[in-house]
Ligand binder design. Structure first.
Ligand SMILES: [Zn+2]
Length: 192
């Protein structure tokens, strides 16, 4: 006799829904038809009417805090911290989902990824500016926030200096985009 993994009720022979795990190796979860429907409805509702203003606001807020902490950490240890890009993507995805009203789906994914990209680029710019000041032994207050440089060239220079950062940025962006993906029950047998 099979029991439902969610409500623990016994399921009549042949009525169970097998849900495939995330990886191919993990065993299938057994659900009764009632619970499968409840989970599916819940996950469907997660993609409906996300509060995008909330998602953008909270993600920007989180991004602002991360940018400040990241920059201060770099100036503190006097070394680049590209790995923080990975954490940034994860955190901003959480903030975007929370701000959207605990929703998921394409719009939340894009919000999360775009704001993660902005934070990464902003940090890269500020870090390069910081190391330029160190290099020139300049008085930080005498260097304008916005340097009169070609930003793309400046970034390219940063990438050549620290190519591994590109990998961290890619992972961060990937997480930011993938974490708010809508969820779907992967049934191993057709419905009904
Ligand atoms: Zn059940």
């Amino acid at each position: 006799m099979l029991t439902c993994a969610r409500c623990s009720k016994t399921i009549p022979e042949g009525q169970e829904i097998r849900v495939i795990g995330r990886s191919k190796r993990s065993p299938a979860t057994i659900l009764c038809q009632n619970c499968a429907e409840i989970v599916e409805n819940k996950w469907q509702a997660e993609t409906e009417n996300p509060n995008l203003l909330g998602a953008v606001s909270l993600a920007l807020g989180a991004g602002g805090i991360i940018a400040v902490v990241w920059y201060l950490a770099v100036t503190w240890i006097n070394h680049e911290l590209g790995l923080i890009a990975v954490v940034t993507g994860w955190l901003i995805a959480q903030a975007a989902m929370l701000g959207s009203g605990r929703k998921r789906g394409r719009a939340v994914q894009i919000t999360s990824a775009v704001i993660t990209l902005l934070v990464i680029l902003l940090n890269e710019y500020l870090v390069l500016r910081y190391f330029l000041i160190v290099e020139l032994k300049a008085d930080p207050s005498s260097v304008p926030i916005l340097l009169p440089v070609d930003l793309l060239q400046f970034l390219w220079y940063g990438i050549k200096l620290q190519p591994l950062n590109l990998l961290f940025w890619a992972i961060g962006l990937y997480l930011a985009f993938v974490i708010p993906t809508s969820r779907q029950l992967q049934r191993s047998t057709p419905k009904g």
